[in-house]
Design a protein around this ligand. Sequence first.
Ligand code: NDP
Ligand code: OXD
Length: 303
Amino acid sequence: MALLLHSTPERREIWGRVFAEAGELFFATEAEVTDPEEVTHIACWIPPNDLSRYPNLSAVIGVGAGTDHMPPLPEGVALSRTVAPGIEAMVRDWVVLAVLALHRDLPLYLDQATRGEWVTHKTRLARTRRVGIMGMGRIGTLVAQTLGAMDFEVLGWSRAAKAIDGVETFGGDDLDGFLSRSDILVGLLPLTDDTRGILDDRLFARLPRGAGLVQAGRGAQMDMEALRRALNGGQLLAAMLDVTDPEPLPPDHWAWADPRVIVTPHIGAQTDAEEGAQHALAVIRAGREGAPLPGLVDRARGY
Ligand code: NDP
Ligand code: OXD
């Protein structure tokens, strides 16, 4: 059994050390592989073009949380997405930053600042603001717990409704009930056939008027022109986006220049190399023991 890392040079040293300490065979690049039959695992954002070179490949390990960009894999090859506390904590931090920015009218004050305007607006208590989280998975649940501890009223929507202390949860078929009570909507969904384009005119129209949008899922989940229409019509007041369609967002895109929108370039999380390597080791060990693979992606479901 050996793992081939198909990734950036910065990761190689740390992964090499972690694998050496664990006594597991590791190749830092494809060029280092002399016997392709040894390679049983490949860790990557995008796999090498020719996977048929590795006849004993059992799993591809995506080095991020999302795997929607992965091409189809050969029959019998499992896909694992990286499960790491650092990814979850980083996205939680970004979402809390964004929710607070919208809750405390940061886009408005940043815009006023460009004109040197000292003008105050009414401030609301967190407990009067309802934050609706679309996607109550590993990250959504952590975000919900953190925002709840900060006094926000938290709602969560997922395919199957969940029981989470202090969070009002909704199942897949009650999207409208969830939306109608979300003053700030947070997108934390994986990109699948069901969630592609979900943030559209119809969805924005179901939010309370003057709602805010925080989007950290995937860019292709939102129609950027629908966002513009919702902002221009006053249905949405402001938005903070970490993911956009397209990525990178072109320099002349309207969203960069719109004072109601704050864009960051998909920096919600960057996988810590040590944590990524530890996840890959856990996948290898689980495979060896015949245990369930950590982070196994259900390819039919899409996440
Ligand atoms: P999980 O797989 O743990 O959770 C996904 C959640 O989405 C689950 O609650 C799931 O419902 C729900 N869901 C999926 N499809 C639907 C649907 N059609 N309708 C309703 N709910 C649905 O993922 P994570 O929390 O780890 O990550 C979520 C996403 O965040 C990633 O896939 C990625 O796209 C994005 N991300 C973005 C980052 C960034 O840097 N901006 C960094 C990391 C992740 P159920 O619980 O019922 O299965
Ligand atoms: C992602 C990640 O999935 O960076 O966006 O982990």
